[in-house]
Design a protein around this ligand. Structure first.
Ligand SMILES: Nc1ncnc2c1ncn2[C@@H]1O[C@H](COP(=O)(O)OP(=O)(O)O)[C@@H](O)[C@H]1O
Ligand SMILES: O=P(O)(O)OC[C@H]1O[C@](O)(COP(=O)(O)O)[C@@H](O)[C@@H]1O
Length: 319
C-alpha cells in the first residue's frame, strides 16, 4: 500500500519544504510516495503522480506550493467523494498527508470515516487559527513580509506628518495583526478578538501629537472593519492626514523563513512516521512556544545538550 500528500486551502510558505520532507522520508522508509496535484479538486480528477526524489529537488526555498492548491465545492458532496476514494483505491493509496487549514482537516476526517484511508493533517495557514497548535506553516514568513512592509512605510511616515493604516490578512483571527503591531512598534492595533474604543484611541493620539508625535502606525486585521473606514475616522478625529495600505496576498508569498522550513521538516517527518506506525486520524501540532520560568539553580546545575531529536534528524547527513 502507498502514501500520498496534497496541499489544500490557502497556500502558505512552508508547504514546499513539507512536501520535500514527505517524499524524502517516505522513500527512506521504503514507501512509494504519491503527489496529489491541485488539492481536493485534483484528487477527484485523478491528478496523482508517483514521486521520486527528483520530483522535489530545488523546491525547499520556494514559496507557495508546487503541488498547487484549491477550495473544492465538489468534495463537499458525498457522491463526488466516492470518485476520490476510487482514485485512491486504484493506486493502492491508504495513507494521506493533507497540508492545509481546518477546512482541509474537516475534509480529511470525512475521508477517514468514509473510506479505508488513514489521514494526517499538517497545519498550514498564515492565519495561525488552528486549535491545539502554537504554530501553523506560513505564519513566520507572512510576519516577516508584513514587518518589511511596515518598516518601509515607517520610512515614508517619518518623512511626513501622517497616520498610516495597514490592513493585514487573517480572516477572523487577529494573530498576524497583533504580532505585527507588537514587533513593529505600532501605536494602534485593532483585532477581532479585542473590543476597541475609537474615541479613547484618538484622544491618546491627540495627546501624543500635542507632545510632538509626528506620525503614527495603525495595524488593522481584515476581520475587524474596512481599513478605509478606520483611516477616515483617524484622519477626521486627529486632524492628521491618513493613508491606507492593504497588504493583501503579498502576505502569502515569499521564500519560507528558517522557522517555516524547520517546522515543515518536523511536521512532515512526524506525520509520515506516525502513519507508518499505524496512527489513523491525527494532526501534527507543536506547543514549543510557551514561555515559562525555571529556578536559576536548576539552569546552572544542568548541562546543555543538543536536542536528541535534532541529532536523529542529522544522522543521515553524517553517514
Ligand atoms: N466538512 C467538510 N466536508 C468535506 N469537505 C470539506 C469540509 N470542510 C472543508 N472541506 C473541503 O476542504 C477545502 C479546504 O477548506 P478551506 O476552508 O477552504 O481551507 P483551509 O484548509 O485553508 O481552512 C474546502 O474547499 C472543501 O473542499
Ligand atoms: O485567497 P483567498 O481565497 O482570497 O482567501 C483569502 C483568505 O485566505 C487567507 O489568506 C488564508 O486563509 P486559509 O489558510 O484559512 O485558507 C486569509 O487570511 C484570507 O482571508
Amino acid at each position: 500500500m502507498s502514501i500520498a500528500v496534497m496541499t489544500s486551502g490557502g497556500d502558505a510558505a512552508g508547504m514546499n519544504p513539507a512536501v520535500k520532507r514527505f517524499v524524502d522520508y517516505s522513500i527512506e522508509k521504503g514507501e512509494k510516495p504519491y503527489l496529489i496535484y491541485d488539492g481536493l479538486t485534483g484528487l477527484l480528477d485523478g491528478k496523482i503522480v508517483e514521486a521520486d526524489k527528483h520530483a522535489v529537488s530545488g523546491i525547499l526555498f520556494r514559496g507557495g506550493t508546487i503541488l498547487r492548491s484549491s477550495r473544492s465545492q465538489r468534495f463537499r458532496d458525498p457522491e463526488y467523494r466516492k470518485i476520490a476514494y476510487e482514485q485512491l483505491e486504484k493506486r493502492g493509496i491508504d495513507k494521506i498527508v493533507i497540508i492545509g487549514g481546518d477546512g482541509s482537516f474537516n475534509a480529511a476526517r470525512v475521508m477517514s470515516h468514509e473510506a479505508d484511508v488513514a489521514v494526517a493533517g499538517i497545519p498550514a495557514t498564515i492565519d495561525n487559527d488552528i486549535p491545539c497548535t502554537d504554530y501553523c506553516l506560513g505564519v513566520d514568513t507572512a510576519l516577516n513580509v508584513i514587518r518589511e512592509a511596515i518598516d518601509g512605510i515607517r520610512d515614508t511616515a517619518a518623512s511626513f506628518r501622517r497616520t498610516f493604516v495597514i490592513e493585514t490578512m487573517g480572516r477572523n483571527c487577529g494573530y498576524l495583526a497583533a504580532m505585527s503591531a507588537l514587533t513593529s512598534g505600532a501605536e494602534v492595533c485593532l483585532i477581532p478578538e479585542v473590543d476597541y474604543d475609537m474615541d479613547q484611541i484618538t484622544r491618546r493620539l491627540n495627546d501624543e501629537i500635542t507632545q510632538g508625535r509626528l506620525y503614527s502606525i495603525a495595524v488593522v486585521a481584515e476581520g475587524v472593519a474596512e481599513g478605509r473606514n478606520i483611516a477616515e475616522t483617524l484622519e477626521r478625529k486627529t486632524n492628521m492626514e491618513a493613508r491606507l495600505t492593504i497588504l493583501g496576498h503579498i502576505q502569502r508569498g515569499g521564500s519560507p523563513t528558517v522557522l517555516d522550513r524547520r517546522m515543515a521538516f518536523e511536521f512532515a517527518h512526524t506525520a509520515v512516521e506516525a502513519l507508518l506506525d499505524g496512527e489513523r486520524s491525527f494532526v501534527t501540532v507543536t506547543d514549543s512556544l510557551n514561555v515559562k520560568t525555571k529556578p536559576i539553580d536548576d539552569v546552572l546545575s544542568s548541562t546543555y545538550e543538543l536536542n536528541p531529536y535534532i541529532c536523529k534528524m542529522i544522522h543521515p547527513l553524517c553517514h
